[in-house]
Ligand binder design. Sequence first.
Ligand SMILES: Nc1nc2c(c(=O)[nH]1)N[C@@H](CN(C=O)c1ccc(C(=O)N[C@@H](CCC(=O)O)C(=O)O)cc1)CN2
Length: 288
Amino acid sequence: MTAQLIDGNALSRQLRGEVRSRTAALASRGITPGLAVVLVGDNPASQVYVRNKVLACEDVGFHSVLEKYDASLTEGELLARIEALNNDPAIHGILVQLPLPAHIDDHKVIEAISPAKDVDGFHVASAGALLVGEAGFKACTPYGCMKMLESIGMKDLRGKHAVVIGRSNIVGKPMALMLLAANATVTVCHSGTADLAAMTRQADVVVAAVGKRGVLTADMVKPGAVVIDVGMNRTDEGKLCGDVDFNGVREVAGWITPVPGGVGPMTITMLLVNTLEAAERLAAAPQA
Ligand SMILES: Nc1nc2c(c(=O)[nH]1)N[C@@H](CN(C=O)c1ccc(C(=O)N[C@@H](CCC(=O)O)C(=O)O)cc1)CN2
């Protein structure tokens, strides 16, 4: 069996079409969703991602501002910028590109963002809302993975076993909670897991989110399983690759996401969805 591809670029195009229509509906009420993207330092990958986020905003008709700061920016100066953006009525969503330089406490910075503008879904209030099933912004990467499952008819995962490899606050943990909310039986594996292959071989859905290539190989996958690759790594030749041994696993799995062109573009698309929702929520709120 050769797995079918879940194409993140194609799904993104479809979802962005829906975002464009909803944006037009808001525009007729005089509201343009606004996103502020904050980058500190000169990490080359981060420069590409923030540029792509601004381009994505242009693509769907959002207002966006890109604030770029030298790595010498102090934590206090960054917190002051966030406070200003929290109070800017033209800005509905704020994201601070990670990683931040080592002298800045990223937790402190994320917590300074108003939960109403936390379109990355990283704030403790957003994470707590996901935990208890309340409305809040969902972290973009796992949210994109859920949309990919939905696109292949797996919105309700009742009776399915999902294995998440990785337990980061921004992918692994929220991913597990979103799968649980979709009625899956969820196992979270990590560096302390005794026999990873024994876990993944039982899974109907495997999400690999470790940040290390070759974490999931063909012998670790149940025939027909859905494999979602969140990894973003480089081969020795400098080629982009995920955590999954794509060529081997695609011969066993039923569905698989590629890298590039899988989860990556979906992360940016879900950021647009969250920003639109932030603007819509504000528009629906009773005016003071
Ligand atoms: N504030 C945030 N920081 C970071 C996040 C995040 O969601 N919010 N996630 C990652 C980086 N990231 C978004 O910021 C991101 C990474 C990769 C892609 C993507 O589209 N990748 C392409 C390939 C791009 C390339 O060629 O290099 C793909 O997979 O097709 C989008 C977003 C860490 N920081």
